[in-house]
Unconditional design. Structure first.
Length: 261
């Protein structure tokens, strides 16, 4: 029951991500303005905004102008799946700290999903999103620090994890003058490093993202959907890596350690 409820909540947040990304791109007020059709600008009724269901009932077309709806229900489904899987496989337990970290993580998923979609569409990671993720990660660090009776080891490990997450990207950015990696990726690296709290986990994110990026690039080249030198957004690979590592990172590290021994 809890997993199903979290899945439904995830769909609602996924719907929010679709609307939020569109408004962020166009500098719209995402708090007070009503949702509209991107084609005919008609204000959408509540019955048009039910996650996934409305899209299916309308056949993927606007009720008013009959043009294809720009927002994909895939975003809603994927965010819902990440919400449910995060709860089902949460590696940090369900005591006070575990629940707190899960709640913070689910909020982080919303920001990460918005970054994923924005970077995929326009190859940019907006500062508003990366800074928000960093702020959320900082709040988590303070909360865990307090819950651990002000153990400064928490702060030390968090600082190292933050540096590990962002320093390599920062060096690549400075060395290539932004040619090989964007400033948004650097900020994302610092933010997810702090979010993960453990210095080992950002390395795993980079490993997962690099492997995924290699397979995706190879597929695009083989299918001739991209050429050598075609720029691909790295943010979505990093974000996918963060999701995998947050949920399964400790298990992956244990498995790697066992293989080495």
């Amino acid at each position: 029951m809890i997993t199903a409820l979290i899945f439904i909540i995830g769909m609602v947040f996924g719907s929010f991500v679709n609307a939020f990304v569109w408004r962020l791109k166009r500098n719209k007020d995402w708090v007070r303005e009503r949702s509209i059709c991107t084609h005919c600008k008609h204000k959408l009724a509540p019955k048009d905004l039910v996650p996934v269901v409305s899209w299916l009932m309308l056949g993927g077309k606007c009720r008013y102008c009959k043009k294809a709806i720009d927002d994909s229900p895939l975003t809603e489904v994927l965010v819902a799946i990440v919400f449910a899987v995060s709860y089902a496989f949460w590696p940090y337990g369900f005591d006070g700290e575990g629940w707190t970290r899960l709640a913070i993580w689910l909020l982080a998923v919303v920001l990460l999903a918005a970054m994923f979609l924005y970077d995929l569409k326009w190859m940019v990671l907006p500062d508003k999103l990366t800074y928000s993720l960093f702020g959320l990660a900082f709040v988590q660090t303070v909360v865990v620090f307090v819950m651990h009776d002000f153990d400064y080891e928490v702060l030390r490990l968090s600082l190292i994890a933050m540096v590990v997450g962002g320093a390599l990207f920062h060096l690549l950015y400075l060395g290539s003058k932004g040619k090989y990696i964007g400033g948004g990726d650097v900020k994302l690296g610092y933010a997810y490093g702090l979010l993960l709290l453990d210095p080992i986990l950002p390395w795993l994110v980079l490993t997962v993202a690099s492997i995924a990026g290699s397979f995706i690039a190879a597929y695009l080249l083989l299918t001739k959907r991209a050429k050598m030198g075609t720029k691909l957004p790295f943010g979505p690979m990093l974000i996918g890596g963060v999701v995998v590592v947050m949920i399964w990172g400790p298990r992956l590290w244990d498995l790697t350690s066992q293989l080495w021994h």
